[in-house]
Ligand binder design. Structure first.
Ligand code: ADP
Ligand code: 5GP
Length: 205
């Protein structure tokens, strides 16, 4: 018997091209209680990206206003642009008992770990730099210079995996999705999230 629990906050990081979007698509297809935080960014939309769906696309001035008014749970600069998590929807969903995923880079991940000690952090690890490069190029969304900057950035980000609670290898997609589901499931069964059931069950005798 479960009580009404506050939702779980999941921080998912990986280098660009590491497979966050791909893995999460499968997760959302299978878990109706999971919500994705839509980030704000100052980077331009990629072809097909729609404001309010993949990101809220803001000007630098708009973004800085949101920071100043406390509207961002966390934010960071990544390859020349701001990226940040709007605070209000995350708090609302967690209060409603929804599990919320933040798909964010490592600086933001570290901020969230400090701010929200109950969160769970997962680093999605590519099998190798070669595979990462081929996936990033295969996606075909960035020009060569941007791909090279993102690969360089990946070399800086991967050591930060050591600060995450879990590492999930994104070699076979099905395995990565199953691992992430197993982590969420186990985290929800932790004692600190279920302590109240001891009294609740005893009170039924
Ligand atoms: P991210 O969201 O982390 O930037 P994506 O989810 O866009 O990464 O994945 C980058 C590319 O790699 C996409 O073209 C995707 O189809 C491919 N990809 C992701 N995971 C796998 C996997 N496990 N096996 C094969 N290709 C993958
Ligand atoms: P992309 O431009 O490929 O969509 O994202 C670039 C990087 O920014 C990725 O590592 C992605 O996880 C990260 N990112 C996306 N949204 C946020 C956010 O709200 N905060 C932080 N800190 N990083 C984010």
């Amino acid at each position: 018997m479960e009580g009404t629990q506050r939702g779980l906050l999941l921080v998912l990081s990986a280098p660009s091209g590491g497979g966050k979007g791909t893995v999460l698509k499968e997760m959302f297809a299978q878990d109706g209680n999971l919500r994705l935080s839509v980030s704000a960014t100052t980077r331009p939309p990629r072809p097909g990206e729609v404001d309010g769906q993949q990101y809220y696309f803001l000007s630098q001035e708009e973004f800085e206003q949101r920071i100043a008014s406390g509207g961002m749970l966390e934010y960071a600069q990544y390859v020349g642009h701001y990226y940040g998590t709007p605070r209000a929807p995350v708090e609302k969903w967690l209060d409603e008992g929804r599990d919320v995923v933040l798909e964010i880079e490592v600086q933001g991940g570290q901020q969230v770990k400090k701010l929200c000690p109950g969160c769970v952090s997962v680093f999605l690890m590519p099998p190798s730099m070669e595979v990462l490069e081929s996936r990033l190029r295969g996606r075909g969304t960035e020009e060569d210079a941007v791909v090279r900057r993102r690969l360089e950035k990946a070399g800086e980000e991967i050591p930060h995996a050591a600060q995450y609670d879990y590492i999930v290898y994104n070699d076979r997609l099905e395995d990565a999705v199953a691992d992430l589901q197993a982590i969420l499931r186990a985290e929800k069964r932790k004692l600190e999230r279920n302590r109240d059931c001891i009294e609740r069950v005893l009170s039924t005798c």
